[in-house]
Design a protein around this ligand. Structure first.
Ligand code: IPE
Ligand code: IPE
Ligand code: MG
Length: 240
């Protein structure tokens, strides 16, 4: 490795597919919602671990477009947890100067959740110590569909020439165009799939899959993921 080569150290952006809440509950003979409740504690742990390590962006896959197919009671429970989280944890974001942002088809969420989200997003908009992004009613394909519609609207309006469309144009029409692509993707509970998460943005992210279920993924587990990342050699298709 040449001394000039940038070393993989602390990722600027970590994205997490927080999976395994249901299995965690099932192993204990508890209702699935108990797993989601414990998962909310792991969210706090991940935010703390990012703050301590100096990770600037943390994106959490909290609810996918496909998750709307779950039983109504589970969806209601998840939405209630989200509201509680926003109400109870907003002060942590203020204390740490962390900005909250959301990615997804937010219009699909219940009005009460949208209201709470908008409030915290607005109140924290000026903070720059870190950014917490909640992917809610999020789908990677849905995001690309939404970006395509926006691009086509500009072409139709005559403000964008089809020949001028390049990769930067696509990136610029995603939900959060100014957020850098994730350096590290973590998936808990062992599943080796993306489940429609950040399809465009993850093209060169380092992957870390652990069998640990999300409710058990606390600071120590997070540090292990960071240490695995620090040992990676990112080539981006080049030779070295
Ligand atoms: C992840 O845990 C939480 C959400 C998808 C909202 P799951 O609920 O998917 O847990 P498993 O995969 O059934 O164990
Ligand atoms: C991915 O987990 C979505 C979130 C973590 C929000 P799922 O549990 O929904 O994914 P699949 O069904 O295992 O692919
Ligand atoms: Mg799951």
């Amino acid at each position: 490795m040449s001394s000039k080569e940038p070393k993989a150290q602390i990722p600027r952006h970590v994205a997490i597919i927080m999976d395994g809440n249901g299995r965690w509950a099932k192993q204990r003979g508890l209702p699935r919602l108990k797993g989601h409740e414990q998962g909310a504690e792991s969210v706090r742990a991940a935010i703390r671990a990012c703050r301590e390590a100096g990770v600037k962006y943390l994106t959490l896959y909290a609810f996918s477009v496909e998750n709307w197919s779950r039983p109504r009671a589970e969806i209601a429970g998840l939405m209630r947890l989200l509201r509680t989280f926003l109400r109870d944890r907003a002060q942590d974001l203020h204390d740490d100067h962390v900005r909250l942002r959301v990615a997804g088809r937010i219009g699909d969420l219940p009005a009460s959740v949208r209201k709470e989200l908008t409030r915290v997003v607005d109140e924290t908009a000026s903070y720059r110590a870190g950014t917490l992004i909640l992917a809610l009613s999020y789908g990677g394909r849905a995001e690309l569909v939404d970006a395509t519609r926006a691009i086509v609207n500009e072409v139709t309006a005559g403000t964008l020439a089809p020949d001028a469309i390049d990769e930067a144009t696509i990136s610029a029409h995603l939900y959060l165009p100014d957020v850098p692509d994730p350096d590290l993707l973590i998936r808990t509970s062992g599943e080796m799939r993306l489940s429609n998460f950040l399809l465009w943005q993850l093209s060169y992210s380092e992957l870390y899959v652990t069998d640990v279920l999300w409710p058990d993924f606390r600071e120590e587990e997070f540090r292990m993921a960071l240490s695995s990342y620090a040992g990676r050699h990112r080539r981006f298709g080049g030779v070295s």
